[in-house]
Ligand binder design. Structure first.
Ligand code: AG3
Length: 282
């Protein structure tokens, strides 16, 4: 919502909102799936919203995109084949492609317009799109995973919108069972899992659905995301055959690429569960 030079996303039932001061609106279109808007903010750079919900700002998207990719990729021993569901702004794809072990990435985004608009307004997030390892597909991710050959991915990243509308199926047990089948041995799925403060019930239901789909271990990563509901966000990982405890710490220390949020200490700290969630997730 735009009013008096401010863009606001209000959270029904939570009595709160995030507001950013806007310089100008740069783009507004209705795609076949959703309304895509781009604003130039005063202090957060460019902002993309989908159906009025904040997806990306220049200033803080690095936290989310790094936490959606590096913990899972540094936990897996050798992540070669990666699938990204959603992720149309390509920020997660860019982080994944920083890993030299990665040989092939399929990104399956429903709405091609999100990617085309991101290419124009977030060129730095799309900078790696021409990498020969990256394969962009514009279709339904749920169907893609259902049709994927068994054992065809090492890591599946679900970079989705909130669990409403077309994204709702990405949080359910049937989808996770398809992910389990599409993952190779020791494979990991990680999905954005909303706000620990506002949506603890969703995080709990994701844990149950992932365990119900036969994943051996499930763990949630917590991190700040100041432009998303409550300013506090999470990603939930699940692993087919082995535990999620431990990661390739030496590879993190010796990585030959830059990160701005993720490092080994953040990886360990992000896995620590706040007491109220720890109790409800047991
Ligand atoms: N994924 C969106 C997270 C949901 C944000 N929700 C909200 N603002 N109500 C973001 C895509 C980034 N690649």
């Amino acid at each position: 919502m735009e009013r008096d030079g401010w863009y606001s996303e209000e959270w029904a039932g939570q009595g709160s909102a995030i507001s950013l001061r806007i310089k100008e609106k740069l783009h507004d279109e209705q795609s076949p799936y959703q309304r895509i808007e781009i604003y130039e903010t005063e202090t957060f750079g460019t902002l993309m919203t989908l159906d009025g919900l904040v997806m990306v700002t220049d200033r803080d998207n690095f936290v989310y995109h790094e936490m959606m990719s590096h913990p899972a990729l540094f936990t897996h021993e050798k992540p070669e084949r990666v699938l990204i569901i959603g992720g149309g702004d390509c920020g997660t794809l860019r982080e994944v492609l920083k890993h030299e072990e990665v040989r092939h990435v399929d990104q399956v985004e429903l709405d091609e317009r999100v990617t085309r608009v991101a290419e124009r307004y977030f060129p730095e997030l799309c900078a790696a799109n021409a990498d020969p390892r990256a394969h962009l597909h514009f279709q339904d991710g749920i169907k893609w995973v259902k049709d994927a050959p068994a054992g065809s991915y090492d890591v599946i990243i679900v970079d989705s919108t909130d669990p409403v509308g077309p994204a709702a199926g990405l949080f359910g047990q049937a989808f996770y069972a398809d992910c389990l089948r599409a993952l190779a041995r020791d494979g990991i799925v990680v999905g954005q899992s909303e706000s620990p403060l506002f949506h603890a019930g969703l995080i709990k239901s994701m844990h149950e659905a992932l365990r119900g789909a036969n994943f051996l271990d499930v763990a949630t990563l917590y991190f700040p995301q100041c432009t998303y509901p409550s300013g506090w966000w999470s990603a939930t990982m699940a692993r087919r055959d082995t535990t999620l405890a431990g990661f390739r710490e030496e590879a993190v220390a010796e990585r030959d690429f830059a990160t701005r949020y993720y490092n080994d200490g953040i990886h360990r700290a992000a896995l620590a569960s706040p007491e109220f969630l720890f109790q409800s997730l047991l």
